[in-house]
Ligand binder design. Structure first.
Ligand SMILES: *[C@@H]1O[C@H](CO)[C@@H](O)[C@H](O)[C@H]1NC(C)=O
Length: 459
């Protein structure tokens, strides 16, 4: 029991506190602060995906989450909404109850459904890091971008005749968060499509000579080409000449904290012109970049798979007695040194590049992946000693020289992202049969730094 005087003191201190304790996010925070009403108008009725944190200001885990959550909000600016509800505020208590909040913080991802005002709401159970949050939200950004080909572009252009059409010509097979966000901003006002560089009739029809290019077709006017930076605000400004964006267009993704970066990821990678760096498949992983300053709306570039062109480089990376698991794409011969690889090979490389990129962005460990060009004489030896096809086919193998096994990717008709990713995940889990490497296959150790790697990782 406290003495009477202390009780009085406590009582008067409590009385001095504001009835509704202040939230943990300041006015300047990139996190949008909500109550029940604004949840309805800004989140439930939005065409955007949102993540909403239900918290109490006194909760330690909520305070711990704050920096990561604000960083996620910065990285998702212009792409999705990041919001918070202070459940300690009397006004919000019934709402937090209705939302089934039982502990703090509770994070929910709210994704628009076909029925306006009736979004899908799911608990976010992932890691409480900015990157994990961003990845989960980006995965759920609605995709209203038509992926058009030479076959169906004209038909698409003929639909909703009165509506302007924006066409992004790109080397990418994936639909980036940026273009998805633009399609959401102009949903119902400008139709958006994406056409790959290999759709040569369409590319020619619009006279596109560089990728990416954004072309807008409006009425009978000459198509207009956007030549600015591939960033949300300037593209939005350009598109506004043709139609007004929707009420909840989220605007510029540049937050005050966003600093210009040295490298410009919006330019296509120069490294391997023969090899498209993104796969055909859906499933862009993330817009978040490593640093908090990173501008997430810049189109992420998937770095190409590195190649090992000499037997020595292959041996030192993957085929000595210390080497742990490597994934190797043995590439077929090309008719001339500079001519393009067959499409199976470019598909395989772009799927592998995308998988490596996903893991890099999520910060999860993945074995190194290399392309082995046919000019690497070790490539032919590998094929012969492992009994693989002749050199006109692409073959993907995983090899662990230290443990003396290899596995071959056997779905030779499908080099898409999903199929290869499934195979790689199985290896990561240590699943599936392994073949023994032939005797004498692995180079003898030289004085080399030992590498430690578990047999497999958790997914
Ligand atoms: C959502 O998209 C529709 C078009 O499908 C548009 O009319 C509406 O204004 C958008 N909603 C908001 C809140 O921007």
């Amino acid at each position: 029991m406290l003495p009477q005087s202390s009780l009085l003191l406590v009582a008067s201190l409590l009385a001095a506190l504001p009835a509704n304790a202040d939230g943990i996010y300041t006015k300047k925070s990139p996190v949008l602060q909500l109550n029940q009403k604004t949840y309805g108008s800004l989140i439930a009725n939005s065409n955007y995906t949102s993540i909403v944190e239900f918290y109490a200001p006194w909760c330690g885990h909520c305070k711990n989450l704050k920096p990561a959550y604000e960083k996620a909000a910065q990285n998702l600016n212009g792409l999705a909404k990041v919001a918070a509800v202070n459940c300690d505020d009397d006004e919000n208590k019934p709402f937090c109850g209705q939302m089934g909040v039982q502990g703090f913080p509770t994070l929910k991802i709210v994704t628009p459904s076909k029925k306006p005002g009736k979004p899908r709401v799911e608990d976010y159970q992932g890691a409480r890091s900015a990157k994990a949050i961003v990845d989960a939200v980006v995965d759920r950004i609605p995709n209203h971008v038509k992926r058009a080909t030479d076959k169906d572009l004209d038909k698409w252009l003929g639909q909703n005749e009165e509506r302007p059409k924006a066409i992004l010509f790109t080397e990418k097979g994936t639909t980036t968060p940026l273009i998805r966000a633009l399609a959401i901003d102009f949903l119902g006002a400008i139709d958006v499509a994406q056409v790959r560089n290999k759709e040569s009739a369409s590319v020619e029809k619009f006279g596109v000579s560089k990728f990416p290019s954004l072309v807008v077709v409006s009425g009978d006017e000459e198509p207009k080409v956007y030549e600015g930076e591939l960033k949300k605000q300037p593209i939005t400004d350009f598109l506004k000449q043709f139609a007004s964006p929707n009420p909840d267009a989220t605007g510029e993704a540049a937050s005050p904290a966003a600093k210009p970066k040295k490298s410009k990821p919006s330019k296509p990678a120069k490294a391997a012109p023969k090899v498209p760096v993104v796969p055909d498949d859906e499933g862009e992983s993330a817009a978040a970049e490593e640093t908090p300053e990173a501008k997430p709306v810049q189109v992420p570039i998937v770095p190409p798979v590195p190649t090992l062109a000499t037997p020595e480089s292959l041996e030192s990376a993957c085929l000595n007695s210390k080497s742990t698991t490597c994934v190797l794409a043995l590439l077929p011969a090309t008719s001339e040194p500079d001519s393009a690889l067959p499409s199976a090979a470019t598909d395989a490389l772009s799927s592998l590049a995308e998988i490596a990129h996903k893991h890099a962005q999520r910060g999860t460990h993945l074995f190194p992946i290399y392309g082995i060009p046919e000019i690497n004489s070790a490539s032919q030896n590998l094929r012969t000693s492992l009994g693989l096809e002749a050199s006109d086919a692409v073959v993907i193998i995983a090899v662990n020289a230290r443990r003396g096994w290899y596995r071959r990717y056997s779905q030779a008709e499908d080099f898409g992202l999903a199929a290869i990713e499934g195979w790689i995940d199985a290896i990561r889990l240590g699943e599936g049969a392994k073949e023994k490497l032939p005797e004498g296959f692995v180079a003898e150790p030289e004085a080399e730094k030992p590498k430690e790697e578990p047999e497999h990782d958790e997914l």
